[in-house]
Design a protein around this ligand. Structure first.
Ligand SMILES: Nc1ncnc2c1ncn2[C@@H]1O[C@H](COP(=O)(O)OP(=O)(O)OP(=O)(O)O)[C@@H](O)[C@H]1O
Length: 256
């Protein structure tokens, strides 16, 4: 087991609990989707995992070590908000090596080689000399993913990686996440608002609502009954055949 969260609880003010007794585990190469209504605590959960916020009780461990002290093992991909950064894409990505460098040292050839490999891995080598100020939201999201990858993480934490992306780029980033998990054995924790994305790439799902949660295999957690209970919408699950595989997808029926 790579990641273990044991009875993790968190609140900003003690009269309003946000996360209560969250317990889950994740193996190498597994993807877990974190889902739930707006403002329920998904980003807070990621921040507790990264040690930005300290669990009020309980703990989270990566390979037996507190996740808050595991900077080298964890890569973080924030949401791609526009920012003003006069760096080239390549320089932005090489920043992901900073945790391996002595204080104030500049990245060397080896670090740039890592950066070039990560750019290739996410398919953006062609824009490596562009300024980050000139990127689209989708390109910026890929740059942030490449920056996390150069740190050679065992655990990748992604905050709504497909938000702000067009339909095609959403699929591109989901395919990359799936490949990184299955081919490189990186465990991924990913917040998402899209149940179909979770059905497609997540082995497990954590569903949050109020002070309760469900966690388990995605197809057992994302049922139409739970979608009704946790999001208040009606849906049906349809199954399609692609080659020799069955693919399930939610169709929301409230609009029909
Ligand atoms: N720094 C903070 N101080 C106090 N309350 C906060 C802070 N950050 C978030 N909250 C509150 O904690 C709750 C959970 O917020 P969080 O951002 O984790 O939700 P979320 O599930 O990620 O939401 P969304 O789906 O809208 O992104 C919300 O009610 C939010 O207002």
């Amino acid at each position: 087991m790579l990641l273990r969260v044991e009875k993790g609880s968190f609140y900003y003010t003690s009269d309003t609990p946000i996360l209560q007794d969250i317990t889950l585990s994740l193996e190498k190469g597994e993807v877990i989707a974190v889902m739930g209504p707006n403002g329920i605590g998904k980003t807070t959960f990621l921040k507790c995992l990264m040690g930005i916020y300290k669990w009020k009780s309980g703990h989270s461990l990566i390979d037996g070590k507190d996740t808050g002290n595991a900077r080298k093992q964890i890569g973080y991909v924030p949401q791609a908000h526009r920012f003003s950064f006069p760096y080239s894409v390549r320089d932005m990505v090489v920043f992901g090596r900073a945790k391996y460098l002595p204080a104030f040292a500049s990245p060397g050839e080896k670090d740039y080689a890592f950066a070039d490999r990560a750019l290739e891995e996410v398919g953006i080598s062609a824009i490596r000399d562009k300024s980050c100020n000139q990127l689209s939201g989708g390109q910026l999201q890929m740059v942030l993913l490449a920056r996390a990858l150069v740190g050679e993480p065992q655990l990748l934490i992604l905050d709504e990686p497909e938000s702000h992306l067009d339909f095609g780029n959403q699929i591109t980033i989901l395919k990359i996440i799936k490949r990184l998990a299955k081919e490189k054995g990186i465990a991924c924790v990913m917040n998402t608002h899209y149940p179909n994305h979770a059905l497609n790439i997540a082995d497990k799902t954590l569903l949050l609502k109020g002070n309760k949660f469900l966690v388990g295999k995605t197809d057992q957690i994302l049922t139409k009954e739970n979608i009704r209970e946790y999001f208040g919408v009606d849906s049906i699950i349809v199954t399609a055949q692609k080659d020799d595989r069955e693919i399930n997808a939610f169709v929301l029926t409230d609009l029909i």
